[in-house]
Design a protein around this ligand. Sequence first.
Ligand code: ADP
Ligand code: MG
Length: 228
Amino acid sequence: MNKGGEVLRLEGIRRTFKQGGEKIEVLRGVDLTVARGEIVALLGPSGSGKSTLLQIAGLLEQPSDGRILIAGQDCSRMGDRERTLTRRLRVGFVYQYHHLLPEFSALENAAMPLRVRGESKAEAHGTARQLLSHLGLSHRLSHRPARLSGGEQQRVAIARALIGRPSLLLADEPTGNLDEKTADVVFGELTDLVRNFGVGALIATHNTDLAERMDRIVVLHEGVLLAA
Ligand code: ADP
Ligand code: MG
């Protein structure tokens, strides 16, 4: 069923937006597979459709056409409820901006996906404490996001994305807001975790140095993906 440990398969993905009276075809038949444990860099100029593609792969947006399989499961014709459940179980997201909940501590933010799934507070917080400590944040557990540095905020966002052991990690310029040195360190931590957890990852970036450190590079060009 799940050929070769594929965590993501996109087939013929199309996405058209209407702007004013005009139709813009941003994605014109995107094909891609990501294997378990593989880290794929998604490159392309601003406006080429990277964020759109990640939103579609993560079941947050519907394509105009095409098929999406996550961990071997065809998600193309799922209803809203099934899509949401699949996303919660199978997909972790990291964005350029952390999107942490401001009223909650680092620990509570990181533990949130497990709480949503119904794990007890003690259990969820235990797992979150371990993961955040691994990321060097054991002295920041009770801090709210506003009291964390940019690098610390992204580490908490990474912990939140991976804590539920998803099959697929989708990241949209995850270190784009960080200074070069911090970006380098946080990116290394992210990829180490992805490899340790056996997650497959698709990471959009502008940074060609970071892209070179991934397993494979694909480039969005005029609505289709090209191997670099
Ligand atoms: P990237 O992430 O590579 O910068 P995006 O996926 O954000 O590119 O956007 C690709 C194109 O699709 C842009 O031209 C953008 O204006 C357009 N677009 C994205 N989302 C929408 C939307 N909801 N409605 C209309 N156009 C959109
Ligand atoms: Mg984008």
